[in-house]
Design a binder for this molecule. Structure first.
Ligand code: PBG
Length: 321
C-alpha cells in the first residue's frame, strides 16, 4: 500500500495543518430580539439562552457579544404594536429603530443588520399586506421599502428583507438610493424555504400566520433550480450578500450558491435547528458543544462565508480556547 491517508491523521499537529475548513469569529452574525418597554428580559421557552430583550438588557447582552469579538448582530423587533397594514413597522420610534440608535451610540463598531418583514407587525402574521386572504406583492414592497428606509435613517449598516416578495431587494435599493442611503447594504433572504424549522422563532416573535401558510411566497422545499433563479434576481436587483435559509437541510443549495455566484453567501442556522440540538443535548442524547461545532463547520464547508446563528456566543467562546 503506497497511499495511506491515515498518515495525515496520525496526530493533532498534522490534523490541524491539513484541516480544510475552519470557523472564525468573523463569520458570525448573532440574532437578537428586542421588545418595547422596560422591565426584565424574558427567556424564549423554545430557544434556551435566547431572550426577548429590553433596550437595557440588550446593552448588557451586547457588551458580551462585542467582548467576544462577534462583528455583527441581526435585529428583530418583538411584542410590536400591530397594525393591519404594518404602519408600526416603519415608525421612527419603533423598537428596532430605537435599538439601532442605542447600539450605534454605545457600540459604534458593531455592524447592525436588521430583518425587514412585516409578519411581527400585523395581526394576521403574514409577511406582506393582505387583501381577501391574498398576500399582495407590490403593495407589500412599498411597506418593506419604508421599513428599510426607517432602519437606515436610524443608522443600520445593512437591511435584510425576509418577506420573500418578488422585487423586494430592488424596491429597497431604490428607496435607499433615492433618499441618500446608497452606502447602506442589503442582504437578501434570497432562497428562503417554507420550512418547519422556523417554529421556535415564531413563538419568539409571535409571528405565525393566523390563517393559511407561507406557501405562496416562501420556496417549495423540493426546489433547487428555483433557488438559483431567486439568488440571481437578488444580485441583479443589487443585493450585496445573498442568503440561504434554513441552513442544514439546504447545504446543497449553499454549495450551489457559493459555486455559481460571486457575492458572499450567508446561511441562516435557524431556530428549529438550534432548538433540536438544545433539546437533545438536554436529554443527554448528544454532546451539545461537539454537535454545534459540527453543524456550523458543515455550513461553512458547504460554502457559506457568513453564518447567522443563535450559537454565535457559544462558538465564539469555544474558538477562543
Ligand atoms: C420573518 C422571519 C422568520 C425568520 C427570520 N425572519 C420567520 C418566518 O419566515 O416565518 C426565521 C428565523 C428562525 O427560525 O430562526 N419573516
Amino acid at each position: 500500500m503506497i497511499q495511506r491517508p491515515r498518515r495525515l491523521r496520525s496526530n493533532q499537529g498534522i490534523r490541524k495543518m491539513v484541516q480544510e475548513t475552519s470557523l472564525s469569529v468573523n463569520d458570525l452574525i448573532y440574532p437578537i430580539f428586542v421588545k418595547p418597554g422596560d422591565g426584565e428580559k424574558e427567556e424564549i421557552a423554545s430557544m434556551e439562552g435566547q431572550f426577548r430583550h429590553t433596550l437595557t438588557t440588550m446593552v448588557e447582552e451586547l457588551k458580551e457579544v462585542t467582548a467576544l469579538g462577534i462583528p455583527a448582530v441581526l435585529l428583530f423587533g418583538v411584542n410590536n404594536p400591530k397594525h393591519e397594514r404594518a404602519r408600526t413597522s416603519y415608525d421612527k420610534k419603533g423598537i428596532v429603530q430605537e435599538a439601532i440608535r442605542v447600539i450605534k451610540q454605545k457600540f459604534p463598531d458593531l455592524y447592525v443588520i436588521t430583518d425587514v418583514c412585516v409578519c411581527a407587525y400585523t395581526h394576521h402574521g403574514h409577511c406582506g399586506i393582505i387583501q381577501e386572504n391574498d398576500v399582495l406583492n407590490d403593495e407589500s414592497l412599498k411597506v418593506l421599502a419604508k421599513m428599510a428606509l426607517s432602519h437606515a435613517e436610524a443608522g443600520a449598516d445593512m437591511v435584510a428583507p425576509s418577506a420573500m416578495m418578488d422585487g423586494q431587494i430592488g424596491a429597497i435599493r431604490r428607496k435607499l438610493d433615492n433618499n441618500g442611503y446608497s452606502h447602506v447594504s442589503t442582504m437578501g433572504y434570497s432562497a428562503k424555504y417554507q420550512s418547519a424549522f422556523y417554529g421556535p422563532f415564531r413563538d419568539a416573535a409571535d409571528s405565525a400566520p393566523s390563517f393559511g401558510d407561507r406557501a405562496t411566497y416562501q420556496m417549495d422545499i423540493g426546489n433547487s433550480e428555483e433557488a438559483v433563479r431567486e439568488i440571481a434576481l437578488d444580485i441583479e436587483e443589487g443585493a450585496d450578500i445573498v442568503m440561504v435559509k434554513p441552513a442544514l437541510s439546504y447545504l446543497d443549495i449553499i454549495y450551489r450558491a457559493a459555486n455559481e455566484f460571486e457575492v458572499p453567501v450567508a446561511a441562516y442556522n435557524v431556530s428549529g435547528e438550534f432548538a433540536a440540538i438544545k433539546a437533545s443535548a438536554a436529554k443527554g442524547w448528544i454532546d451539545e458543544q461537539k454537535a454545534m461545532l459540527e453543524v456550523l463547520l458543515s455550513i461553512k464547508r458547504a460554502g457559506a462565508k457568513l453564518i447567522i446563528t443563535y450559537f454565535a456566543k457559544d462558538i465564539a467562546r469555544k474558538l477562543r480556547n
